[in-house]
Design a protein around this ligand. Sequence first.
Ligand code: NAP
Length: 280
Amino acid sequence: MTLPIISLASGTSVPALGQGTWRMGEDRRRHADEVTALRRGIELGMTLIDTAEMYGDGGAELVVAEAIKGRRSEVQLVSKVLPGNASRNGTIAACQRSLKRLGTDHIDLYLLHWRGRHPLAETVAAFEDLQRAGAIGAWGVSNFDVDDMEELLALPGGEACAANQVLYNLAARGIEYDLLDWSATRQMPIMAYSPLGNDNRMLRHPELQRIARARNATAAQVALAFVLARPGIIAIPKATGLEHVAENRMAADLRLTADEHAALDAAFPPPRRKQQLEMI
Ligand code: NAP
């Protein structure tokens, strides 16, 4: 089955399942394996690659550059400006550094990594400059809760925000209380980061393991299928292991039953009240 496609506000189509790169580019000895894993993911259709100037202090962008060499037109790149750099001029300079590291002339989606001290209006103005210059296809934000989104959308040009990237997995379901519906109403895609829970703890949960065994799948696949079950969600698991890459791709074809969703709800209860947006 081909991967479901999500449209960004810019009109760019991206697969609902992409690849993360946090922790890549930190150790030269792992460089070749990281490049190979991303390339394998691209071959399997996970052509959306999420990175950031922060990851490996630019090192992850260098890994991505090598992985996409000769196939830039096949992939959609997401990168992020650090809040400390997100002034009007600082955002433009950070983007230019990222473009250089990535070895490309444009980033498809450029995000503010999280809110910082620079006024949002300045960052938005810089994003607009970058978009006019063709350096970015679209811009968005990360780690924004409903109140932040409302403030952003009220700014001149704010409604052009193309996506919001937030923590979302079985063990962190807070956005189901409000942000998910708020975003769906505005056709604002949510990019779910750490969909596997970032480390292995969540995947060891006995109920997740039980459902996985019953479906002849892995706990990671069930966790990803849960996130991808909602329309308008893009999941960006990070995987360096080639078997992990293949497993993650196959997870997009796994449809959980209503009973399985109910069992997951019992093991990982959805929020019953507003929770502050979690971030890692
Ligand atoms: P994650 O994708 O939930 O988990 C990554 C971990 O899961 C790695 O240790 C990986 O191991 C392992 N893994 C991958 N596939 C697996 C499988 N099929 N079975 C078992 N284990 C598997 O965590 P994440 O890296 O925190 O989140 C994903 C991406 O979201 C990041 O890489 C980054 O691009 C983005 N992110 C954004 C923010 C933000 O503030 N905007 C914050 C966090 C993350 P191997 O690598 O050894 O395969």
